[in-house]
Design a protein. Structure first.
Length: 76
């Protein structure tokens, strides 16, 4: 069981992708993945939550497919 929280969102304002080495900007209206990992859960050995915004280019193929499926059925 994974404790990671994953939410697919549509950007309301521009923001940076937080993946290492990615310099893309998530533009308003773009779909992106918001993911969070609680403290003391591998690989997060810190005492605070990790939260990342992940652009479509850095998403895994499975995440991209889920995002497209939600768009097709009218999900947010």
């Amino acid at each position: 069981m994974s404790l990671e929280l994953r939410t697919y969102r549509t950007a309301r304002k521009a923001k940076r992708c937080d993946m290492h080495g990615c310099y893309r900007t998530i533009q308003r209206g773009d779909r992106y993945l918001r993911t969070s990992l609680p403290p003391q859960v591998d690989p997060n050995s810190s005492d605070h939550w990790w939260s990342l915004n992940v652009c479509a280019g850095c998403m895994s193929p499975e995440d991209r497919e889920r995002t497209q499926r939600r768009d097709e059925i009218g999900g947010a």
